[in-house]
Write a protein that binds this ligand. Structure first.
Ligand code: ADP
Ligand code: AMP
Ligand code: ZN
Length: 216
């Protein structure tokens, strides 16, 4: 039973690694960006509320985001643990999560920081495409699909996210360093932070992540 947080900038490889961890540990991969994009695709109020923020690379307000996550982690499949990807993204979100877990005598077990330089993040985001159906990320050079433009897993169409275009990426990295990076110290002071060098082959990062998880 593990509750894991994957921390790292946009493009660090959180989604890529979370998918593997989720499969191997049979715990759900909960990615707030995926949840917002799914809500947007379905035209729900939540999706419409989030859209303006996502388009600009800003964070969706904490109250909306926290409520969405608390509801998701209360579902049946999350009873045996989960891996959070893209949440928390502010110290306020981290505190709200801790408080909500504490009510049920629960807590986060591990926060893993996947560390990648800005230069490499920009390269990864500019080459990323994701599946319209399952949101699996690919990269034109680092991790291409077997057939161009088509998801290996379900045949879904691959597309480039609007917010992965150069105009928005700069702001997203700035938002990360202003609003999300303070969580590194937050988890460090709780003794929960482990750092991994994310600037290595996908398989090497995966191995190091499992070394950390297996030691838990
Ligand atoms: P995040 O979820 O942190 O935003 P992703 O998992 O979507 O990041 O990865 C960002 C991009 O980088 C994707 O195109 C992915 O295929 C690619 N990628 C992920 N991990 C690595 C890695 N270790 N080395 C090179 N490219 C990677
Ligand atoms: P991501 O897929 O993680 O890159 O997230 C895409 C966008 O969704 C972000 O740029 C934000 O606008 C929004 N978002 C995702 N997670 C959060 C969060 N924890 N808090 C606020 N906004 C978020
Ligand atoms: Zn797919």
């Amino acid at each position: 039973m593990l509750r894991i947080i994957l921390l790292g900038a946009p493009g660090a490889g959180k989604g890529t690694q979370a998918a593997v961890i989720s499969r191997k540990l049979t715990i759900p991969h909960i990615a707030t960006g995926d949840l917002f994009r799914a809500a947007l695709g379905q035209g729900t109020d939540l999706g419409n509320k989030a859209k303006a923020y996502m388009d600009k690379g800003e964070l969706v307000p904490d109250d909306v985001t926290v409520a969405m996550v608390l509801e998701r982690i209360s579902e049946e499949d999350a009873k045996s643990g989960y891996i959070l990807d893209g949440f928390p993204r502010t110290v306020n979100q981290g505190t709200a999560l801790d408080q909500a877990l504490e009510v049920n005598q629960q807590s986060i077990d591990l926060a893993i920081l996947v560390d990648v330089s800005d230069e490499e993040l920009i390269r990864r985001l500019s080459g990323r495409s994701i599946c319209r159906t399952c949101q699996t990320p690919y990269h034109s050079e680092n991790n291409p699909p077997k057939e161009a433009g088509v998801c290996d897993l379900d045949g879904g169409e691959l597309y480039q996210r609007d917010d992965d275009k150069a105009e928005t990426v700069g702001n997203r990295l700035q938002v990360y360093s202003n609003e999300t990076a303070p969580l590194i110290h937050f988890f460090e002071s709780q003794g929960k932070l482990v750092r991994i060098n994310g600037e290595q082959d996908i398989s090497v990062v995966e191995k190091q992540l499992f070394d950390v998880i297996d030691a838990k």
